[in-house]
Design a protein around this ligand. Sequence first.
Ligand SMILES: Cc1ncc(COP(=O)(O)O)c(C=O)c1O
Length: 374
Amino acid sequence: MDTLKDLRHLFPVTQRYVYLNHASTGPLPTPAVEAMISFIAQREGREEAGLESWDERVAKVRGLVARLIHATVEEIAFVGSTSHGLNIVAAGLDWQAGDNVVCAETEFPANVYPWLNLRRKGVEVRFAQERQGRIPLEAIAEQMDDRTRMVALSFVEFFTGYRNDLAAVSGLCRQNGALLCVDGIQGLGALPLDVNECGVDFLAAQAPKWLLGPIGIGFLYCRRQRLPELDLAMGGWRGVVEHEEFFRYDSGWFPNARRFEVGSLNYLGVTGMGASLQLLLDAGIERIEARILALTDYLLARLKADGYDIITPHACRGERSGIISFVPKEDPETLTERLKAAGIIVSARGPYIRVSPHFYNTEAEIERLIEAVR
Ligand SMILES: Cc1ncc(COP(=O)(O)O)c(C=O)c1O
């Protein structure tokens, strides 16, 4: 098995930038680019269509997604974005006026609007209060009552990098008869997640951040037991078993999550995401997590030594992720522009600078950032 260091050459971005912005958009690694170029060449007629038919490739990538989150292929549907996946869930459940959904105050809006859209059905959306960058279990519990049908939360919060304890949240959900729906985009690819161990009912994520995949492709996980509870808000020809028997019209929906795939898939996106997933899974998600936490340990120590206020909760490793946000000593927008001119890419998020390294980054790159922000 390659050491993680040996994989750095698969990231041409490292030749141009100190790229520390995976919470915004991850760069495509070479294998993903090559796989997509080959697909485009086939589509243009320059290359023979590979032996592997498109649908076989889709099946293989579905398997990789399932492996990533410890689900089964029956529980995975391809979607275009996190929002797309979350909306399939929001639109599919049988809501009653007076039901409520508990979100968190500092959630990225992708996991808020699908629930706000239910207000027209009389569903109330409540917000658990963030405390010092964390969303404490008690804050979620305070918002729950016997009409709470869903808790909708991120695996990792995009602003602070706080890693929610999904197993504890799902325990709370079970006690109260609620379901747990997770936006996985800021954690998957960087941190391990077992949807069974964590009691997740639904999860959606798009590929282009930590999963290092293309834009416009992602997946929805729907726990097997929940499939019968989710009505099809949209029905389409690719969602039925015998979709090549064009004039049947009575073919049944797939008994699995494929029923949510209404039309032809984004094969180019699936191809690129598949190559990136293969790279991540071969590298080992646990090893990737350990490397990211070592890099962010280093970053935290250097920031602290220079007296910065760090807003990312970091009392223990279990609440950390690949995101570290801190208060810079100058205007964040001006600083990110200045850093960009020096070839260092991070994000300004409100009053903070958000730094988000992946496994192929180095301590030397963190050092360059530290020198440049001074
Ligand atoms: C937590 C979180 N969820 C979702 C998204 C994106 O949502 P979508 O995949 O629907 O574009 C982002 C960032 O762009 C994010 O930070």
